[in-house]
Design a protein around this ligand. Structure first.
Ligand code: BDP
Length: 654
């Protein structure tokens, strides 16, 4: 038996590593900017000059070439913090709801040495800006990028060296207009009825349930590398018995010849494996595997892979160092289970948003750390990045704390048949390229989600999702792929292609409102139908109910905390039956209340959070906490049972 298991393990490793060579098709990397002996980072966060182009045709800024001079010379500017959404920073409702171009500008002092040293690359990087961005340096266009939530960068060293005496003026124009071909899709409609709307009045329709926050959402920075540099690193990991296997590939740019030294170090800085080849397999004896939070006493174990390059471009010699955190783990899916390191993993977690008061979707360390503390307090072991990629810093936290991630692209609200066309698909494939390129090395990321609740019953959905999912698997054959389906779409054309069925349902909320007693019947049927049809493991990827904090009623009525609690508990009783069969996870909608567009069903935003937007618990948070810690003890494989409870018990952290 053991011999057979070992043989199967070896087969898995061979298949996994064989697939590796055929993939990672992208031609350049997007390594997270890190300081090292050869690399410096200069953050450009803080106050930028800001001006919205509110001209009637929304185009005056281009007609008048605002990028050519200082923004303050084009008209009145205001202070705008970066990173932050601009929407909630002022008292101006017109700016909160603004659609069109906004302009950010800042002058930067570039260290003289960076300019003087021709062997230094100076890279300008924007962590994310929503949605379409154009960047100029000293009035010269240097790059543009379509899509929020993902980084883009450009080398500007040669440009700033042209005239080292001019200050480096960075101008970024950002446009939040969404079309049927963007991700997420949206639509602008001009209103023609002059008895109701003035000339030029338009609205942007969106098909998703969160505020369309805009602006520069994540850090902007300059960083340096030598002219010959480590451009990308890819790692795929597995293990056999006690030996960890790290298959890696380093790609280098700017060098004619060079030597590479790769050293894998453990947490104490001891070298555990090394190589002098640009690609290969590192073997780690007595490996410390990367385990999820609550599945092991020592979750989130990370090694450091130090890549040291010495290269020459024919004239000079350059030295570059980059250190990548590496977690060694495996992921696999069977028809009824999700396996991490060959052990069944049950997702007990949350869906989140990047969303908070004042900052909107702006990156904010205090908020991020608070959220992790709340996740761990609750006993959550996972979350889905609903409905778009989150900041890389958040994924790094997940790596370190062992929080498992379903990494979702911004394919939310694909509801119009025109959003299944070729242009949309091409953009969706590009976005998946960018997402996988950015997040491929995170051990916490265990599955890709290519969309949320698309109109997957429409005829074009079949080709669209077959292409999209196949492409994602070509990019990364090591992780399962899913998209999130709405339980109403009984005729789901994409489901045959996914590895895991993720299903959202809101019984007794959007249907049969007030009829809590129907939840067990309807949920049970939901699971049986999906499993019966596809024989794939299922995650309840959303469920929940709005609760206005402090609103009470017994017997429960909608929008009270009691109603939210009963919804959760009714779902939980069915999960408890089905998790013994093929249900592999439950993710509450939502971790915290979040802002939405104004509408009849939203009282200052979506209130399905188990925490308020200010991160205070509703009663439901305590229900989940009690449940998640219990699940951790039952499913976490810590060796817990009543008899050995003393030796390994997961302790409540209070
Ligand atoms: C789901 C959507 C999510 C919404 C939620 C709701 O995926 O974005 O916020 O419904 O209505 O269908 O609360």
């Amino acid at each position: 038996m053991e011999v057979r298991a070992a043989g199967l393990g070896m087969l898995r490793v061979v298949c996994l590593f064989a697939a590796f060579d055929a993939v990672w098709l992208l031609d350049s990397g997007m390594l997270f900017p890190r300081e090292s002996p050869s690399r410096e980072v200069k953050e450009l966060n803080g106050l930028w000059d800001f001006r919205a182009d509110d001209s009637t045709n929304r185009n005056q800024s281009f007609e008048r070439a605002w990028y050519k001079k200082r923004l303050a010379e084009t008209g009145p500017v205001i202070d705008m913090p970066v990173p932050a959404s601009y929407n909630d920073i002022t008292q101006d409702a017109a700016l909160r709801d603004f659609i069109g171009w906004v302009w950010y500008e800042r002058e930067v002092v570039v260290p003289a040495r960076w300019i003087a040293d021709e062997g230094t690359r100076v890279v300008l990087r924007v962590g994310s800006a929503h949605y379409f961005s154009i960047v100029w340096v000293n009035g010269v266009k240097v790059t543009q990028h379509a899509g929020g939530h993902l980084p883009f960068e450009v080398e500007i060293g040669s440009l700033i060296r042209e005239d080292p005496t001019t200050p480096c003026r960075i101008t970024i124009a950002v446009n939040n207009t969404l079309s049927l071909e963007t991700l997420p899709p949206g639509k602008i409609q001009y209103m023609e009825d002059r008895t109701k709307y003035p000339e030029g009045f338009f609205v942007q329709y969106i098909y998703f349930d969160f505020f369309n926050y805009a602006g520069i959402h994540r850090p902007v920075l300059l960083y340096t590398t030598p002219k010959a540099y480590v451009d990308d690193i890819t790692v795929v990991t597995d293990f056999l018995d006690n030996t960890g296997l790290v298959k890696y590939k380093v790609s280098v740019q700017g060098a004619a010849t060079g030597t590479i030294k790769v050293t894998l170090k453990d947490k104490d800085g001891r070298s555990v494996a090394s190589s002098s080849k640009p690609s290969g397999v590192l073997k780690v004896e007595d490996v410390n595997l990367w385990w999820p939070y609550l599945m092991h006493e020592n979750p989130g174990y990370l090694y450091s892979m130090e890549v040291h390059l010495i290269a020459t471009d024919g004239r000079s010699t350059y030295e570059d160092m980059y250190t990548l955190p590496v977690g060694i783990r495996s992921v696999a899916v069977t028809s009824t289970q999700f396996l991490i390191n060959n052990k069944p993993f049950y997702f007990h977690g949350v869906n989140k948003h990047e969303d908070s008061d004042i900052r909107g979707k702006g990156f904010d360390w205090p908020l991020i750390v608070k959220d992790f503390n709340l996740l761990k307090w609750m006993g959550a072991n996972s979350f889905r990045t609903s409905h778009y990629p989150y900041a890389e810093e958040i994924l790094q936290m997940c790596d370190r704390h062992g929080i498992v991630v379903i990494d979702e692209c911004p394919g939310v609200g694909i509801k119009d048949i025109r959003s299944f066309g070729n242009a949309s698909l091409a953009h969706h494939l590009d976005v998946m390229d960018e997402l996988v390129r950015r997040d491929k090395n995170h051990p916490s990321v265990v599955m890709w989600s290519v969309a949320n609740e698309p109109a997957s019953e429409m005829p074009p959905a079949e080709f669209y999702f077959e292409t999209l999912i196949k492409h994602t698997k070509d990019l990364d054959p090591t992780r399962p792929v899913t998209y999130i389906t709405d339980s109403n779409y009984a005729r789901d054309k994409g489901a045959p292609f996914v590895d895991v069925i993720c299903v959202n349902s809101y019984f007794s909320w959007y249907h049969d409102s007030g009829h809590l007693e129907l939840i067990p019947l309807q949920l049970n049927n939901q699971f049986e139908n999906w499993y019966g049809k596809y024989k794939k493991p299922i995650i309840q990827s959303e469920y929940g109910a709005d609760a206005v904090p402090g609103l009470h009623s017994d017997p429960p009525v909608m929008f009270t905390e009691e109603y939210q609690n009963i919804v959760l508990q009714s779902y939980h009783s069915v999960f408890d039956q089905k998790r013994k069969q093929y249900v592999i996870g439950e993710l509450i909608w939502n971790f915290a209340d979040f802002m939405t567009v104004q509408g009849l069903t939203r009282v200052v935003g979506n209130k399905k959070g188990v925490f308020t937007r200010q991160r205070q618990p509703k009663r439901a948070a305590f229900i989940l906490k009690e449940r998640y810690w219990r699940l951790a003890n039952e499913t976490g494989r810590l060796g817990l049972s009543p008899s050995n409870h003393q030796c390994h018990a997961v302790k409540y952290p209070w």
